[in-house]
Design a binder for this molecule. Structure first.
Ligand SMILES: [Zn+2]
Length: 337
């Protein structure tokens, strides 16, 4: 068991935890299982409450089942495999840091430590689900630079960055673009005072799509709206033709993932579900997760549901019986691999 160097590269308290279990008499490909150790806030002083077989928090924090349910299920499965002396191939367990704040641990993971090419990430809601596809995302930060002027005495000497932003966003296709693409403007900061034509505005947004071409097209469209708005705002000040300046910073946040329904890792999960008498169906993922990053690094990773529900809220909960079924499923995956 080792920690990688991610504490240093991210400035965090700890690195990603990686544990290796050598195969027991079976010479097959290594298999990766991943979970994340961080939770969203407020999750520091959680008082778990077991009510009618379901774990809740006391109500003033999240439960943190996202992703502690996955951690517990994985540990339980490994203990069963050990106690029942089930022969298995090599296992690589990855417990990442800082998933919730942008897949930071997975992005900074030392991939040289891993040799698995296939795996399972335990990190989605409900039971009996696997996610094979999840969108990629671009983060956009746009700075609009206009010209400040006194709003009462000389508005014609100014170029309003806020008006430019409003024009741009007003023309923008946002929200659900199609069944696999979404877009959002999430934050606007700018302006100084009521009586000053605003010089500067910063806008933060995102585009997501399962299709990399659609992701590029939507990102392009959003940037284009700012350029068009700047053109519309162009005016002559003291004899010079001026327009607001647009500075765009686009960062690919994570790649999309897409695994075929007949991929070996999917067949393995389905076979394990059948043996343990469970149903496992495919659901489309909506957000980015560590699995996006693993897939981007060539580790074919599907996401398995852990039984958690209403995550990122104070009503978050997970049923003990569901955790037991997930642990059983994991045992069968390890046995069949
Ligand atoms: Zn999670």
């Amino acid at each position: 068991m080792r920690f990688d160097n991610a504490a240093v590269t991210t400035g965090g308290e700890t690195g990603n935890l990686i544990a290796f279990f050598p195969g027991t008499g079976r010479d097959v490909e290594p298999l990766l299982f991943s979970v994340h150790m961080d939770t969203v806030e407020p999750g520091g002083q959680v008082q778990p409450v077991l009510r009618d077989g379901v774990f809740y928090s006391a109500g003033d924090t999240v439960l943190g089942a996202d992703d502690k349910a996955g951690i517990a299920e994985l540990i339980e499965a490994l203990e069963v495999v050990r106690d029942e002396k089930i022969t298995h191939g090599p296992l690589e367990i990855v417990v990442t840091i800082a998933e919730e704040i942008g897949l930071v641990g997975a992005k900074h993971l030392d991939y040289a430590m891993l040799s698995a090419r296939r795996g399972f990430a335990l990190d989605t809601e409900g039971v009996g689900w696997m996610v094979l596809q999840a969108p990629g995302a671009n983060h956009l930060q746009i700075e609009i630079e206009g010209i400040a002027a006194h709003a009462g005495m000389a508005p014609e000497m100014g170029l309003s960055a806020i008006q430019t932003a409003a024009l741009a966003i007003g023309q923008m296709r946002l929200g659900r673009i199609d069944h696999e693409t979404t877009a959002n403007i999430g934050r606007i900061d700018g302006g100084v005072a009521r009586n000053i034509v605003p010089q500067r505005v910063t806008i933060v947004g995102e585009a997501r799509s399962h299709d990399p071409h659609k992701l590029a097209a939507q990102t392009e469209h959003m940037l284009d709206c700012f350029e068009k708005a700047a053109e519309q705002m162009a005016t002559t000040i003291s004899g010079a033709r001026l327009r607001p300046q647009i500075k765009a910073d686009v960062r690919a946040d994570f790649p999309s993932m897409s695994i075929a329904e007949d991929a070996p890792v999917v067949c393995l999960a389905k076979a394990a579900a059948e043996v343990s008498g469970q149903h496992l169906e495919v659901r489309l993922g909506g957000g980015g997760s560590d699995a996006n990053i693993f897939n981007g690094h060539g580790i074919e990773t599907i996401i398995l549901a852990t039984g958690m529900n209403k995550v990122h809220s104070h009503e978050e909960h997970v049923a003990l019986a569901d955790m037991v079924s997930v642990a059983k499923l994991l045992v069968e995956i390890i046995r069949l691999a």
